[in-house]
Design a protein around this ligand. Structure first.
Ligand code: COA
Ligand code: MG
Length: 291
């Protein structure tokens, strides 16, 4: 399992930003061919994308292609399915059928270009009411679907409301994505961008709330958002100390035939011990990544 605490967007037609984004400390970069690119720039963006992909990078690189329903999709896929790209983010994904169509086309391009069959991941961008209702079938539509993104800005437009700091309008969609992802056996989802990039306090509060709901990370649009997000989605020293203690005490008790007991006035049982083991494992993987 990969770890994506932060994924930074950069427009594919702005080489300076794209090059910079790939060298920052985000776990992944998404080079965008969709809404960050003006309609008149779509063809040019595919050319600059080629240049951007030759630049050095630190984390995984993904490309956001335009919706399957647009005239751009075929040329986007031809530009994006190349060596060194970890996966494609499919903008405004609406149904399992659309993902299967993209899957089929990607497979043909992989074959044509001698890429490892099935290696290109698909990340459906869930950003409408219809897509939220279809979330489980979208998540289960292809073995390439590794995780989903929530697109909050388009979603609130679709349901006829606005983006608020408290995020109550996103609560149902967020829960639905967490549950659908888990039921389909894919990774936890990654939450929407936070457009007000100067408001770090608000970003952190939003990130903490979605971490608690079961998200693995959050999308970023600005370099200043990366470190605060990485921190929120990394186990804290307190969580580490708790997990270390629980695992040690649990293993000792279980060896003596006892699986239920208390630590500091709280009941400990298998799921709690397993949660503690997951925290230690996540922290180990993050350390390995940054080390
Ligand atoms: N990736 C890489 N570098 C970025 C960046 C990004 N997403 N956003 C800003 N930067 C860089 C700028 O180029 C600038 O670098 P420089 O001083 O070396 O030129 C520096 O960070 C400071 O940028 P700042 O002046 O604060 O912002 P801006 O006005 O240049 O850009 C945005 C603001 C919102 C336009 C920009 O952050 C952006 O393009 N974000 C990504 C948008 C996107 O892809 N959206 C699609 C998904 S919703
Ligand atoms: Mg969108």
């Amino acid at each position: 399992m990969s770890i994506y605490r932060t994924m930074l967007f950069a427009p594919a037609n702005e080489l300076r930003k794209a090059g910079k984004a790939m060298m920052l400390n985000a776990d992944g970069t998404v080079l965008d061919l969709e809404d960050a690119v003006a309609l008149s720039e779509k063809a040019n963006a595919r050319d600059t994308l080629k240049e951007a992909l030759l630049m050095p990078r630190r984390g995984d690189v993904f490309i956001r292609v335009n919706s399957v329903q647009t005239e751009y999709i075929l040329n986007d896929l031809l530009a994006a399915v190349t060596e060194g790209v970890k996966g494609l983010v499919v903008a405004k994904s609406e149904s399992a059928e659309e993902i299967r169509q993209v899957d089929w086309l990607i497979g043909k391009i992989e074959m044509e270009r001698g890429l490892i069959p099935g290696s290109m991941e698909i990340i459906p961008f869930i950003e409408s009411a219809n897509a939220i209702v279809n979330a489980f079938s979208i998540a289960s539509s292809s073995p390439r679907v590794s995780r989903m993104f929530l697109g909050g800005v388009d979603y609130v437009l679709d349901i006829g409301t606005t983006f608020s700091k408290g995020g109550s309008e996103l609560f149902y969609a967020r829960s639905q994505l967490v549950v659908a992802s888990r039921a389909a056996g894919i990774e936890p989802p990654i939450d929407t961008v936070y457009p007000d990039f100067k408001d770090i306090e608000g970003l952190v509060a939003d990130a903490k709330a979605v971490r608690q709901m079961g998200f693995q990370g959050k999308l970023a649009i600005h370099p200043g958002q990366i470190e605060p997000l990485n921190e929120v989605f990394t186990p804290t020293p307190e969580e580490m100390a708790w997990a270390t203690k629980i695992v040690a005490v649990f293993d000792e008790s279980e060896a003596k035939g006892q699986a239920i007991f208390q630590v500091d006035g709280k009941m400990i049982e298998y799921p709690i011990a397993n949660r503690a083991r997951r925290i230690l494992e996540l922290s180990r993987q993050i350390a390995q990544k940054s080390g």
